[in-house]
Ligand binder design. Sequence first.
Ligand SMILES: Cc1cc2nc3c(=O)[nH]c(=O)nc-3n(C[C@H](O)[C@H](O)[C@H](O)COP(=O)(O)OP(=O)(O)OC[C@H]3O[C@@H](n4cnc5c(N)ncnc54)[C@H](O)[C@@H]3O)c2cc1C
Length: 408
Amino acid sequence: MQKSKSRPSVLILGGGFAGISCAGQLSDHSFDVCLVDQKPHFEFLPNIHEILSGVKRPRDVRLNLADQMTAMGHRFTQASVQSIAPESKRVDLDDGTTLRYDFLVVALGAVDANYGVTGVDAHAFSFKSAAQCDAISDRLRTLKATAKAPRVTIIGAGITGVEALGEILRQGTPGNLKITLLEAQRQLLPNSPKGLDNYIRGLCESYPVEFRCNETAQRIRQKSVLLGSGESLSSDLTIWTGGPAPAPLLSQSGLAKPASWAPVDDYLHSLHADDVFIAGDSADLPSSLAKQAYHAIDMGENVAQNLKAITDGSKMKRYRPSPKPQLISFGGLGCIMLAGKWAAGAPLLSAGKEAVFEVAMAQLDRQAGPEKAALLLKRGIRASDKLFWPVVMSPTALLRQKNFQVLR
Ligand SMILES: Cc1cc2nc3c(=O)[nH]c(=O)nc-3n(C[C@H](O)[C@H](O)[C@H](O)COP(=O)(O)OP(=O)(O)OC[C@H]3O[C@@H](n4cnc5c(N)ncnc54)[C@H](O)[C@@H]3O)c2cc1C
């Protein structure tokens, strides 16, 4: 790895959890830092599903990247990365600019896995950004107002698909709306205790929801979903929650094999290029790790520490993931806490998910006190009005709190 010059340049690609937390730890003027993202905002992806029901608006889950980088003393460039050439230490952007670096941090996240299903891009709504959730919310509103018997299909019953379903139910289901949740594996929330599947089905008993497990989507058309079994489901709105896949840019840049995540060592340094660190979803660690926001934050911070270690000649730090419980919300009906093999369900837990969101947003926001406090206040007022009161504090909500269940 290159020995540092006096103020080395660090180029961070991606202003998601890993990129922004790395930038935040480099705010001591010993580095010349530039962060590049195709979007003007950082987005808190674990809570974007709440945009479907109006509990949150896109602006509630965003931080302006230009403001954040200015507050940190860094530069921000909004552009899409077209290519990375580690051997010549350059990055080409879609606006024709070429950026050079001493150290590169690749924090580009993931793209949607589509498993070769045709029609995903053309006919399904993806679920990876606040704008996409806003578009789904608009489409739902239009369908409810105009269609006689609207049919909604959610493809994928992992955490994202289940949370999306919960938010649609929170918004209310006119008598003629029908929702199908399609999952290729044998149960909802695959690879978790079976009790979670039972819990979600139980919460949906009085709603027009059909669960189709062990069924794959083969082709998505404008108004239907063709299943592997040959059956065609009518669908006015198809939501795709297929999970994360590696961005092709990783292999195109020589940082990964085709269709693979970019391998790193214990210090998050690329196995394929000098002076390149990979953090967040893009990284393929020596032992496999779930693609989660809190891991991405820790990885971003770890990379920043290692950059400092290289420049001051101290020892680099190995990245050691620290597991944390996961909270899976289900609209206003329930919420699951999953910690290893232990799981519990209760509506009250959604207050915990909101608290995690508020604390993490406040920690990631590096603006000065008044701007930060104003955003915090706006988010807090909306949360108590749209979430805490109806789900946790109102008399009907309090009656529901006795429904605490341990899920096996
Ligand atoms: C709907 C949803 C729900 C989730 N729920 C949870 C949850 O409850 N708990 C949890 O822990 N995790 C959750 N996750 C996973 C979590 O959000 C990711 O693990 C985390 O965002 C990874 O952080 P990252 O920094 O690696 O990538 P991201 O946060 O995705 O950031 C990557 C950034 O790179 C930018 N980028 C990508 N390509 C380019 C390019 N070519 N040029 C310029 N910029 C580019 C993107 O615009 C983006 O800002 C969820 C993810 C989704 C999509």
